[in-house]
Write a protein that binds this ligand. Structure first.
Ligand code: SAM
Length: 436
């Protein structure tokens, strides 16, 4: 919460993301384009030389090897990639660049005013995981379908515990799992929870969590976050310093709308649970807003013959939530948000926006942003067996693929694999009013 928790290092949130300015989306395509280009250029120069016959032979040899490798990858595609028994084939496909090559399709991020990032490191996250696993085992709601899974529960717990707020506000409680997570992080801190349905209502049908030190704006008392008289509510909770308040959103509302409401109320520390990737999700997210050509890892090509379209098509067969070109791009090749739409309220409201408006939204976000930090996935898919999010659009996991010993030592093998299936780039923001 304090200034001291933030360093002013200019290092980006994730490796390889420095160099913010300049050009369009080369970072995503360069790797693949250069592969094709290398084949073409080397074949052409060889043919023009004296050793044409040898070159043709080598080129044909290369083509045969490439088709063999491709046929292996297609056979892997044909045997139900989501079936656990075919996971071995899936990870063999890593060799073809199809599987857990984290970040290979770009990981867009939001630029902050001073280039600050968070104080915690990957080492801190690993240490946190060690502490969190036994806590998560005691969760009252074992099956939290439609709510948070392991990755985001850990992220919320870790950040709340690190920031040590004097008050925690949550919007979107469902059965109360996230309220329980906040309580584990800060046993004595007051919580305000807003949700149309009171979590206590779910108790009649099965496990739910109602906190004893929480003010619920729920059920008949429900008020939307944007309509609460926050000055009054905060005062009633004995808070005078708004920099000591942490706000957590899991209410599937347009995040630009929520950001503006939070700024109006004077809040500075925000966590958004579902920071959906471009082309996905039921509300306009920070990740979508900042996915811009001028950001390294941002922007998209809707050209049917592009490398991006080809790679996306392949990846779609491996990851349930991977987005192919047809899903990404709408009419007029609009790709921002979801096919050019700014979704809100669980996609019940869906407004078309122009690219210019989308671009201005990113400029606004940058003008209020002090820190943007996306939680990395907890572990690579060969360990978690997650089948949903596409690693190509995520940063490196805390526990990398292949580190089974560590994954097991931390006790993560105890959990059902379904708890790892809900990662959607949870994000922490520190914000302040725009500087004029
Ligand atoms: C995905 S669930 C929240 C899951 C919960 N945080 C967890 O981890 O278990 C979304 C919740 O937001 C609630 N919701 C819908 N509209 C809302 C609004 N305007 N403000 C707050 N919550 C809202 C829904 O009723 C639902 O309980």
């Amino acid at each position: 919460m304090q200034e001291s928790m933030l360093s002013s290092r200019r290092s980006p949130p994730f490796p390889g993301e420095e160099g913010q300015e300049g050009g369009d989306d080369e970072s995503k395509t360069r790797k693949n384009a250069s592969f094709g280009a290398r084949v073409f250029v080397s074949a052409r120069s060889a043919l023009s030389g004296q050793c044409a016959a040898i070159s043709i032979f080598l080129f044909l040899l290369f083509v045969s090897v490439a088709s063999f490798v491709l046929s292996r990858s297609f056979s892997a595609v044909c045997v139900s990639p989501y079936d656990p028994s075919t996971r071995a084939l899936l990870f063999r496909a890593t060799l073809d660049g199809l599987a857990s090559d984290f970040g290979s399709l770009g990981v867009p991020w939001c630029r902050s005013k001073q280039g600050k990032t968070v104080e915690w490191t990957r080492k801190d996250l690993l240490k946190g995981l060690e502490e969190f696993v036994p806590i998560y085992e005691t969760r009252p709601i074992k099956n939290n379908m439609y709510g948070m899974g392991f990755d985001h529960s850990f992220g919320l717990w870790f950040m709340a515990r690190w920031l040590k707020p004097d008050l925690m506000i949550e919007s979107g409680a469902f059965k109360g799992h996230s309220t329980w997570v906040l309580r584990q992080a800060m046993p004595e801190t007051r919580i305000i929870s807003l949700s149309p349905r009171h979590p206590g209502k779910y108790l009649k049908k099965g496990p739910a969590y109602v906190d004893q030190n929480c003010t619920y704006f729920a059920g008949k008392e429900f008020v939307d976050f944007g309509s609460v008289d926050w000055g009054n509510a905060i005062k009633k909770h004995g808070i005078s310093d708004l920099s000591r308040v942490l706000v957590f959103f899991d209410d599937h509302q347009n995040e630009l709308k929520r950001l503006k409401e939070a700024l109006n109320a004077g809040f500075q520390h925000l966590i958004f649970e579902d920071n959906y990737d471009t082309g996905t999700g039921d509300h306009y997210s920070l990740r979508q807003i900042c996915d811009q050509y001028y950001i390294r890892g941002g922007g998209h090509s809707c050209f049917i013959g592009s490398d991006e379209a080809r790679i996306r098509m392949k990846r779609k067969k491996f990851w349930e939530k991977a987005v192919d070109r047809d899903e990404l791009c709408g009419s007029g090749e609009n790709w921002w948000g979801v096919q050019g739409y700014m979704r809100d309220n669980f996609n019940h409201s869906n407004k078309a926006i122009s690219y210019e408006e989308h671009f201005q939204n990113s400029r606004f976000v940058e003008s209020v942003l002090d820190v943007y930090w996306e939680l990395p996935p907890v572990a690579g898919p060969s360990l978690t067996h997650q089948t949903r999010y596409d690693p190509a659009r995520a940063s490196d996991p805390i526990i990398e693929d292949g580190r089974f010993g560590l994954f097991q030592r931390l006790g993560l093998t105890k959990f059902e694999t379904s708890v790892f299936n809900g990662y959607t780039q949870m994000v922490y923001l520190q914000v302040s009013p725009p500087t004029s």
